[in-house]
Design a protein around this ligand. Structure first.
Ligand SMILES: Cc1cc2nc3c(=O)[nH]c(=O)nc-3n(C[C@H](O)[C@H](O)[C@H](O)COP(=O)(O)OP(=O)(O)OC[C@H]3O[C@@H](n4cnc5c(N)ncnc54)[C@H](O)[C@@H]3O)c2cc1C
Length: 154
């Protein structure tokens, strides 16, 4: 019980750490694209890149809002097990997606050039945020159990 209570406080923190890496990769990619692509040109490749960036951006924003809410509930001493699991599960996935897209969009030029080595490091580092403090699968079990017990209350 004490361990589970601890997770309610630490899972939003792990979500926030994942989001920091995801955001770094995302912002790096946006800068790379600004320098290397002209997104306003009606060429399918540019439109496809813009669409991928938009998906990553909205995933990170949604996960950030969820993480703030889970952390706020913890600060207020309110029950937050469901929100803590949701924030960690979503932040991990959003950040992994941001790092995968960053590697793919920036390509070899963006990820192996000497002054760009962090991109490749973020890509390697990010997966563990979906593993420790309870894997993504375990978070989804916690969420579904909480949702079902909420439903039983009606
Ligand atoms: C780099 C790294 C750093 C770590 N750092 C720490 C640390 O600092 N402190 C710490 O305490 N631990 C740490 N861990 C351990 C981590 O928390 C565990 O690896 C993780 O919780 C998974 O547990 P397990 O390895 O025993 O795998 P298992 O529990 O055997 O799970 C294996 C796979 O099966 C899935 N699975 C398990 N049960 C179910 C189920 N009922 N339904 C669906 N899927 C399921 C899991 O999601 C996982 O994908 C670290 C792990 C790694 C890889």
């Amino acid at each position: 019980m004490t361990a589970m209570k601890t997770f309610d406080n630490t899972r939003p923190l792990v979500g926030a750490m994942a989001l920091g890496i995801g955001r770094a990769a995302y912002e790096y990619t946006c800068e790379f694209v600004k320098k290397n692509y002209v997104l306003s040109r009606p060429v399918p490749r540019y439109a496809a890149i813009a669409e991928r960036l938009a998906r990553v951006g909205r995933g990170l924003e949604a996960a950030r809002t969820l993480t703030w809410r889970a952390a706020w509930l913890a600060d207020e001493g309110e029950p937050n097990a469901k929100e803590a699991s949701m924030s960690k599960a979503m932040a991990g996935q959003a950040a992994i997606r941001a790092c995968i897209e960053a590697i793919e969009i920036c390509g070899a030029e963006g990820s192996i050039a000497k002054d760009h080595q962090l991109l490749e490091k973020w890509f390697r580092d990010i997966k563990v945020y979906d593993i420790f403090e309870g894997t993504g699968q375990i978070q989804r079990i916690v969420i579904s159990k909480r949702l079902i017990s909420d439903l039983k209350a009606f």
